[in-house]
Design a binder for this molecule. Sequence first.
Ligand code: SF4
Length: 384
Amino acid sequence: MDGHDLLDALRGTTEFESAGDSPQQTASVSRRSPDTIPPDLSGCVTHVTAGNRKMPVLKAMSTTACERNCYYCPFRAGRSAMKRQSFSPDDMAQGFMALYRAGAVEGLFLSSGVIRGGVTSQDTIIDTGAILREQYGFQGYIHLKIMPGAERDQIQAAMRLADRVSVNLEAPNANRLQAIAPVKQFDDELLTRLMWINELRRDSDGRLNASSTTEFVVGPAGEPDVEILSTTDFLYQQAGLARAYYSAFRPVLDTPLENVMATDPTRQLRLYQASFLLRDYGFGLEELPFVDDGNLPLHTDPKRAWAEEHLVHTPLELNTASRRELMRVPGIGAKSAARILRARRANTLRTGSDLRQAGLTNVNRITPYVLLDGRRPNQQPRLF
Ligand code: SF4
């Protein structure tokens, strides 16, 4: 199989899987060899940050056939509109390597439908990874999906081959999953696998370093944000999760949920913002600004909503605040906090100009929530 064949077969099938830094975006890729690479890789490629650059990663499936019937899924059994494609491990590895050698992609994300059980499907995924590593000597990025019900030994084998592995929970708990994927078992098939990944990583003395991710389908089970973020928070703390993906539900024709309304994509954005507050900014779940129905407000980002409630009337003194406190101010992330700490070691910060000189670019976003040497800084008027 060459790169053309693989891309033609995959096109339009992997847009549903989240894998890269910006999971909802797929991209065309620059090409070193116009003669050998099709002009448009859209839908088959995502980007993953490696060091300080982004690398193109092929999103592929060993098979788009599936014996299961998850209500939201375009690959569900019996759905005639979905073209079914299956690749042997040899064909997938060969097609990927053709694209890699041509400079079109630098890594692989490999998922699959379930055929003859999760264990058999997992074997196909592992075999593909093994061929790439052992036969072709590929040393680049590999992300392997862990199938529902995969065995512990298989997960260990996948982690030996991959930089990242993932188990999609799809819903935040067993009841919600039952409503959209009645054949999947939340605890036995999915959550235990995420916990095993963490155990294997922790007990390996540094030999298994594959990070782990999960994905939630947002909306169709009627779950509020607080349930999704509660499970996310648990996974960050107890399962060593690297990141959670949130996929706003879109109805798919010829599925049981085809008449259910699509989820507002803004909800997906707010979930990402909140999950980064939990993971990177030291927020606790109970501090997130849920409203009465258990959802985050859609009209503003959760960090700003928290600051409006907590910092507008009791602003933070930037000359004495801790790094953790600084990062709670809208407009201040890890880099800006470091710049403030460095600048105030040299001089007391007194004005917005002092902040700009320290390297902060969005001072007007910060000023409503802070004090500089005991005084509220002036907002700089907009020119237009
Ligand atoms: S098991 Fe996976 S591929 Fe199969 S129907 Fe469910 S979500 Fe879709």
